[in-house]
Ligand binder design. Structure first.
Ligand SMILES: [Zn+2]
Ligand SMILES: [Zn+2]
Length: 627
């Protein structure tokens, strides 16, 4: 199928680019496809490949009917070339490439590509999802790819017709530079004089349109909504408090969680690591993208009116999902909305930084700990904006380094929070390797790193560049949503008051079955699933203990089984892991950069793992402006 699409696209492009003013471009494209189809049909009429080609041919005819004026537009643009002055060299190159960019930008090429994308999409997903996806992402993907491939500055510099204004920033030089003044390792040990309590909420994905009784299986990515009907067999319908499956959680369950947490614990601070909206990716809009965040924010205020809250948005909050504009200001609407909602929680400096750059830092004066909230869209491989320029988006790493220097100078502990864990396969290695260097350099200062996004319960040990020893750990909290076939969960972290070193965490899960089956139970209570230190028989929550646990996952079958049970939020009974599952759990825990985890996986890697790695190369190398 992919070959067929390639053939079509190449045919159209080839014909379009060799055409001159009077040549009817679509006639040629149509003729070429028709001839090829007939030729192949005569040769082997039953081949699926040929049937597919015929369908594409029909699509081309349809597109032609929709954009009858396109060849005229192309001819107008081609006329531009005649007026180009070839001297001076740099300017003429810029004008020339700019004109090519305009040609490519004309609607008919994009419409054709969209048509083909739609055709391919509908092979895998429903018509509604495909139409929405093409509409939401089409323009952006097309523009981004053009910006990347037909960028006048880049092309003319490559052709040596314009001077270079940027220089390559190599990873190894960056690491060397960051680590040049790394002090002796001297991490504080918990004093055990007292602790305080942090609540971590991640990936609530509340569904404001969740409907009890609605079909809990459907042909869309998200079910349990009125639009999918109500099955006569109630066991096939959405349950009152939530449904483990392709459904997000109803708001009432989320509200009960806050009620439960506020009455059960004395919470000193809340960290909220994003992804607040339902997975209804076919209903995306700016309003839809922020409504759940607004409702959640209001509900947190209701139950925790005086508790410091440190929020950060997830990859689902931008519109369209994952597309945060790291170079321009087309995502400023999101930051504007969130700033208004979160104003009572962020101080003036934090708010100013957040408004301008989408990340922030803020000192919790009561505990003397600095919270650094990262916008991890800076490394999201699904964010097409990064293809334009992946080099330290929004100067976030540069800022993080300054913030860490400041805290180090006054011996202040730091918590880093964010949505996507740096070692995840959807975080660019170029970014996560540099982040690793910063964690390595400031191992004495960064006391905790808290992430979400994967919906699973796990961790990634950050290793030193010098000797591979553990210098940090990214701890990933499981989701509150049931969407990934998990139980609604939240985490309580116990922190040493004197040093701000986390000493243990407690995982809480909701027994949905119990409450769904008994309508007399109207108040939800979460169960303590485990305490980290006790569960794995560890001495403490130090980086070394996490590293030891990673080793035990590989060497001890019972530990691996327990880890995997917790990894899936206790929603699935777990047998012993096979060799690949064990190696995967071990490698993902042992490293904080995806490439390292993949190397560790070795022969156990699947094609899908390698494909994820291949995506890492899409945005290309990092550059910085020449001074
Ligand atoms: Zn999520
Ligand atoms: Zn996410």
């Amino acid at each position: 199928m992919r070959l067929n699409i390639l053939f079509l696209v190449l045919s159209i492009f080839a014909i379009a680019h060799v055409s001159v003013a009077e040549v009817p471009i679509f006639d040629l494209a149509e003729e070429a496809l028709k001839a090829k189809t007939l030729e192949l049909e005569a040769w082997a009429p039953s081949l699926k490949f040929i049937q597919e080609l015929r369908k594409i041919y029909i699509e081309v005819i349809k597109v032609r009917e929709q954009v009858p004026d396109s060849p005229t537009e192309l001819i107008e643009i081609l006329d531009l070339f005649e007026n180009i002055d070839l001297k001076p060299v740099c300017n003429s190159c810029l004008t020339f490439v700019g004109a090519i960019r305009k040609v490519a930008n004309k609607g008919f090429v994009q419409k054709l590509i969209e048509k083909v994308a739609d055709y391919a999409c509908e092979k895998k997903m429903s018509k509604t999802v495909c139409a929405e996806a093409i509409q939401s992402y089409g323009d952006l993907v097309f523009e981004t790819l053009l910006d990347r491939t037909v960028d006048p500055q880049r092309v003319c510099q490559k052709l040596a017709m314009c001077p270079h204004t940027r220089e390559r920033t190599r990873l190894k030089d960056y690491v060397k530079e960051v680590l040049k003044d790394k002090p002796e390792t001297n991490r504080p040990k918990p004093t055990n004089k007292g602790t305080y309590t942090v609540l971590q909420l991640s990936d609530p994905h509340v569904d404001l349109l969740y409907a009890e009784g609605a079909a809990s299986s459907c042909d869309q990515p998200l079910c349990c909504r009125p639009e999918f009907g109500y099955p006569s067999n109630t066991s096939e319908g959405a349950q009152h408090w939530g449904t483990i499956g392709p459904c997000d959680v109803p708001f009432r369950t989320f509200s009960q969680f806050l009620q439960y947490a506020s009455s059960k614990f004395d919470i000193d601070m809340i960290i909220w690591t994003g992804d607040n909206i339902a997975h209804d990716i076919w209903h995306q809009s700016q309003a839809n993208q922020t409504l759940s965040t607004y409702e959640i924010t209001q509900e947190i205020f209701k139950y925790f009116p005086d508790t410091p809250v440190y929020p950060m948005f997830g990859n689902h909050e931008p519109y369209p999902a994952d597309q945060y504009d790291t170079l321009g200001n087309s995502s400023s609407w999101l930051i504007g909305e969130l700033s208004d909602m979160w104003k009572p929680w962020l101080d003036e400096k934090a708010m100013e930084t957040f408004k301008n750059f989408s990340y922030y830092s803020m000192v919790n004066k009561e505990q003397n700990v600095k919270i650094i909230a990262l916008d991890t869209q800076a490394c999201d491989t699904e964010d097409f904006f990064l293809i334009r320029d992946p080099s330290d988006p929004m100067h976030e790493l540069e800022w993080l380094r300054k913030e860490l220097y400041e805290s180090e100078a006054i011996n202040q502990g730091v918590f880093i929070l964010g949505h996507i864990p740096p070692g995840d396969s959807v975080c660019y290695d170029q970014w996560s390797s540099r982040y690793r260097a910063l964690i390595d350099r400031f191992t004495n200062t960064v006391r905790g790193q808290f992430f979400g996004h994967t919906h699973h319960d796990h961790f990634q040990v950050v290793r030193s560049f010098a000797d591979n020893s553990p210098v940090g750990v990214a701890i990933i909290a499981p989701a509150f949503t049931t969407f990934s076939y998990l139980k609604p969960s939240f985490r309580i972290i116990e922190v040493d008051s004197e040093t701000n070193v986390p000493v243990n965490y407690y995982q809480y899960r909701l027994d949905l079955d119990k409450y769904n089956k008994n309508s007399a139970l109207t108040t939800l209570e979460w169960d303590l699933a485990y305490g980290f230190v006790e569960q794995y028989g560890l001495e403490d929550m130090s980086f070394e203990s996490f590293d030891k646990l990673a080793d035990q996952i590989k060497s001890d079958k019972d530990v691996a089984r327990t880890f995997q049970f917790n990894h899936d939020s206790g929603a699935h009974s777990q047998g012993y892991l096979n060799a690949r599952q064990t190696q995967k759990a071990y490698c993902e825990a042992k490293f904080s950069v995806y490439e390292d985890a993949l190397k560790c996986l070795g022969l156990h890697a699947k094609a899908s793992d390698v494909f994820k790695f291949a995506k890492q190369f899409l945005p290309g190398k990092w550059y910085s402006d020449k001074c």
